[in-house]
Design a protein around this ligand. Structure first.
Ligand code: URA
Length: 256
C-alpha cells in the first residue's frame, strides 16, 4: 500500500473532516508509531503504521470493491443536481464509495465502485490502458471500411483514439451489432467513434473491464469483487507486483 497524506487517512477513518484533521495534527494530537507528528505534509501507510489521535488508535477504513450491472437511466455521479437515480443508490455500502470511471446515463453494463482512490486513479489513467469491451447496436449496416477505421483509430476533438478490436456480431440493412474493445476512457468515446463513421448508437452495454465480465449479474444487480479479482486489478495497474506495462512502449511503468 502506498503512503497517503496523514489528514486523508484520518478523515477516511471517520475522525473528522480533512481540515479539522489538519488542525489536530498541527496541535500535536496525532502520533504515528508512538511519535508525535505535528508538521505537514506528513505521509503514512494506513495499513502498516499505528496511528493514534489523542491516545485513541484509529482503524483504517476497510477497502470495498463492487461490480454492478448498471441499468439505463442511472447516473454515475455521486451528486446529481437533476435528482436522478445514482449507482450509489443501488449499491449498499456503509462508507462513501464512488464509480471507477463513468458510463453515460443511457449506457448499461459493468461498472466498478469502490472507496479505494489509489486503485481508481490507476484504473482510469490512460497509460495503464485496461481493456474495456462494449456491445454496441447501431443503426444501419456497418461496412468493412467503417470497421477498419474504428480498428485503426478515429480522430476526435482530443486527438486520435488508440487501436480498437472490433468484431461484427450481427449485421442487417436496418441494424448492426458490434463488439468493440478500447483501452481509453474518453467521454462518450464509443458513441462518438461510431458517429464519426456514420452510425447512430441504438444501445451500448459494457460487458467487460479487463477480464472481469457480467456473468451472473442481472441488470441492476451487484456483487463484491473476490480477493483474487482485486489482486488481478492491482497487478495489472502495478499497485502490487512488478508493475504494469505501458501499452505503447511495453516498458514497466514507474509512478511519477
Ligand atoms: N463510450 C460511450 O460512448 N459511453 C459510455 O458510457 C462508455 C463508453
Amino acid at each position: 500500500m502506498a503512503e497517503q497524506r496523514l489528514q486523508k487517512v484520518l478523515a477516511s477513518a471517520g475522525v473528522a473532516s480533512r481540515r479539522k484533521c489538519e488542525e489536530l495534527i498541527l496541535e500535536g494530537a496525532v502520533r504515528v508509531n508512538r511519535k508525535v507528528v505535528d508538521k505537514l505534509p506528513a505521509f503514512v501507510d494506513a495499513e502498516r503504521d499505528i496511528i493514534t489521535v489523542n491516545g485513541r488508535k484509529i482503524r483504517a477504513e476497510p477497502k470495498v470493491y463492487f461490480l454492478l450491472n448498471k441499468p439505463k437511466g442511472v447516473v454515475c455521479t455521486n451528486s446529481d443536481p437533476a435528482g436522478r437515480r445514482r449507482v450509489i443508490d443501488i449499491v449498499r455500502s456503509k462508507g462513501r464509495i464512488f464509480c471507477v470511471g463513468r458510463l453515460d446515463v443511457d449506457t448499461t453494463g459493468l461498472i466498478m465502485l469502490t472507496n479505494d482512490s489509489e486503485l481508481t486513479n490507476r484504473l482510469t489513467h490512460p497509460r495503464y490502458g485496461l481493456a474495456k469491451t462494449y456491445v454496441v447496436r447501431v443503426k444501419g449496416e456497418i461496412g468493412g471500411g467503417a470497421v477498419e477505421k474504428l480498428k485503426k483509430g478515429i480522430w476526435l476533438s482530443e486527438g486520435k483514439t488508440g487501436k480498437a478490436s472490433v468484431k461484427i456480431l450481427r449485421r442487417s440493412h436496418k441494424e448492426s451489432s458490434l463488439e468493440v474493445t478500447i483501452r481509453q476512457g474518453l467521454n462518450r468515446q464509443v458513441r462518438r467513434m461510431l458517429a464519426r463513421v456514420g452510425h447512430k448508437v441504438v444501445s451500448l452495454k459494457r460487458t467487460h473491464i479487463g477480464k472481469l465480465g457480467l456473468r451472473g449479474l442481472g441488470t441492476g444487480k451487484y456483487r463484491r469483487l473476490s480477493g483474487s479479482e482485486v489482486g488481478y486489478l492491482k497487478r495489472v495497474t502495478g499497485v502490487v507486483g512488478e508493475g504494469a506495462k505501458d501499452k505503447t512502449t511495453g516498458r514497466t511503468i514507474q509512478e511519477s
